[in-house]
Design a binder for this molecule. Structure first.
Ligand code: ADP
Length: 615
């Protein structure tokens, strides 16, 4: 999955099918292997049931034939010698009926078993596959998420998995069934009459294939119409959303014309589609029904001349229908298989992609990071924009327990410094060390376990408040959670909710205010009790009460921790032990508020120009 593909959420379909593509299935081997005997058994079940289908068809034909002959033995020898099959008289309607009934019961049981068996296997396969995919998706380095939109990854994966699932639950079984019916059917037909079979094969499959191609063409037209309808709906939506603008600028006439233009196209496309559908209907009547008539005509002629037994003629008719069905079925199955192969390819590519984390089940290492942190000549650019160097040989130090405020204009690279600290990104050159040790050599999850990050925009999970705080330490006790909430100055508002810590928040629950969300995030960080704290201060203004509460909560959180705060509020900055001024990826000033104000440099100008929210 490269970025240019991300826009299409549909499973990519290969243009041309080649047998070699079937090798794509080989990639599925790790998932198939545990079920290889199961699949073999499934295939046996399908084969038996397909053969029984052919057999029942033959018996139906026999019914017809015997019915016409009034029980008399046909003048032509049939494959059931003397009309007897395993002691059953196949010239007797009742015995045929009973045989059919028995075969149908067997077939019904086999089908149930097969469907259940295949579902059982594929569901197990899908479980492993979904788990692996999810693990892959959350274990990727940050670049992966920058390049793609979340919705794309999500819908792409669910489309891929559904498509693979269809392939294994339905398509493979159908492919085998239809092939057996097709081959077995044609073999049986040739036994009855070679001439008739050749004639049937020369006409029916050909027109069926043409019909399928034709059908595809019509489908494409209808998709075009749907697309155009969608874009005309977009106009309606846009206009209604921006109705204030439309009215204020008195542009109703313009919008009406824009919409009319679009719906006129809809009509034109729909009419083209109707032409296609009309032609299709004529085609079916003329050619498919024509071909069938031809075959029946010839069969009837053969029967009349005594070259074809009546039960064979009936069987021929029924089996031709069966074979024709498989030709159509196989042709459309190819499309599904292609889609499945595309899905397998794209999912396997994802699973093979380089991750930042491997082996999620392993224990994490334990580190003590309450030590001096150093950026040593760190140079950095994002992989997606290699020409734009964000940090130029940046060096900085945060001593153990020190609170450092990073300030600077937007786009200076402050968040990038935080990303490097969290090891979301790696320096292009230079290194980041803790107590002299390059962080690169530390196990990633163990490292991150000692850090807490409070982002600018706090997004809460659709869980209750307790769950949201406990995210900082999954095995926390109720007391610990309550204590963290208290220290984060969140207890008061939590207690004011009737359901307290059990109050649902996020999308499915109540919406908390900005200040409340921040305090939940701070409680989460306090609960984690990290060595290093990275704080991206919110730029959005809070009301003054919330502001005070959040400030107090932050102070509680920062106590005795090495803290890097991307600061926007003067109060936070003033309280910091040291201020680093970052401009265009370089630290231009370094010192306390008082010292920097004295030098009257960039920081001084910033403060004077009220770049910070002066609260
Ligand atoms: P700040 O936090 O100081 O506002 P950032 O660190 O967010 O600055 O951004 C610094 C520069 O890096 C900006 O020019 C921004 O456009 C660029 N940038 C940020 N994130 C990415 C990314 N994922 N890919 C490419 N460029 C990025």
């Amino acid at each position: 999955m490269k970025s240019e593909n991300t826009k299409e959420t549909e499973v990519p379909k290969k243009n041309r099918f080649r047998i070699a593509d079937l090798r794509g299935f080989k990639q599925m081997w790790p998932y198939l292997r545990p079920h290889k005997f199961g699949f073999a058994f499934g295939i046996i079940l399908i084969s038996i049931s397909s053969i029984l289908t052919l057999f029942v068809t033959r018996l139906w034909g026999q019914l017809g034939g015997v019915g016409i002959m009034g029980g008399a033995k046909s003048n032509i020898e049939t494959e059931f010698e003397g009309g007897v099959l395993g002691g059953l008289d196949l010239h007797n309607l009742e015995s045929i009926g009973w045989t059919i009934a028995i075969v149908l019961v067997i077939q019904a049981s086999l089908s149930f078993l097969r469907v259940y068996h295949f579902a059982n296997m594929t569901e197990k396969m899908m479980l492993t596959m979904r788990r692996d995919t999810f693990e892959a998706v959350i274990s990727m380095p940050m670049d992966f998420y920058h390049d793609r939109r979340v919705g794309d990854i999500n819908s792409r994966i669910s489309a891929d998995i559904t498509s693979i699932q269809d392939t294994f639950t339905i398509t493979l079984a159908e492919l085998i069934r239809q092939t057996i019916i097709l081959l077995g059917g044609v073999a049986a037909l040739s036994y009855f009459s070679v001439d008739l079979t050749l004639m049937m094969l020369g006409t029916l499959p050909v027109v069926i294939l043409v019909a399928i191609v034709f059908g595809k063409f019509i489908k494409r037209r209808s998709k075009e119409t749907q697309d155009e309808i969608a874009s005309s709906n977009v106009i309606v939506q846009e206009v209604l959303t921006g109705i204030v603008n439309v009215k204020a600028f008195a542009n109703e006439w313009y919008e009406r014309n824009r919409y009319t233009g679009s719906i006129k196209t809809v009509r034109q496309l729909a009419m083209k589609g109707a032409m296609g559908r009309g032609a299709f209907a004529s085609f079916i009547i003329l050619f498919i029904f024509g071909a069938i008539t031809l075959v029946i005509f010839k069969g009837a002629a053969l029967m009349q001349s005594g070259d074809l037994a009546s039960e064979h003629f009936f069987t021929f008719l029924l089996m031709t229908g069966l074979v024709a069905g498989s030709v159509g079925g196989l042709a459309s199955l190819f499309g599904v298989v292609q889609k499945g192969l595309g899905a397998i390819d794209s999912l396997m590519e994802l699973l093979k992609e380089k991750r930042e984390l491997e082996g999620l089940e392993e224990e994490v290492s334990k580190y003590d990071l309450r030590k001096s942190i150093k950026f040593e000549k760190v140079k950095f650019f994002y992989n997606s924009r290699k020409d734009l160097t964000i940090l130029h040989d940046l060096s900085l130090e945060i001593k153990a327990g020190e609170q450092v405020a990073l300030v600077g204009p937007s786009g200076a690279g402050k968040s990038t410094v935080a990303s490097l600290m969290l090891r979301f990104e790696q320096p292009v050159s230079g290194r980041i060390t803790i107590d002299g040790e390059d962080v690169k050599s530390m196990e990633l999850r163990g490292f991150r376990k000692r850090i807490a990050y409070v982002p600018q925009e706090v997004i809460l999970f659709g869980d209750d408040i307790r769950g949201n705080i406990a995210y900082g330490k999954l095995d926390a006790t109720d007391e610990e959670i309550k204590e963290a909430a208290k220290r984060a100055h969140a207890l008061e508002f939590i207690d004011s909710f009737p359901e307290g810590f059990q109050t649902l928040v996020g999308e499915r629950g109540i919406q908390l205010s900005g200040g409340q969300r921040q305090r939940i995030a701070i409680a989460r960080a306090i609960l984690r009790d990290p060595d290093i704290l990275i704080l991206d201060e919110a730029t959005s203004a809070l009301d003054s009460v919330s502001e005070k509460e959040v400030q107090a909560a932050l102070e509680e959180l920062m106590k005795d921790r090495s803290t890097l705060v991307i600061a926007h509020r003067l109060s936070t900055i003033k309280n910091a032990d040291r201020i680093l001024v970052l401009i265009d990826g370089e630290i231009v000033e370094n010192g306390t508020h008082v010292a920097l104000m004295k030098t009257e440099g960039a920081y001084f100008r910033h403060v004077k120009s009220q770049d910070f929210d002066l609260q």
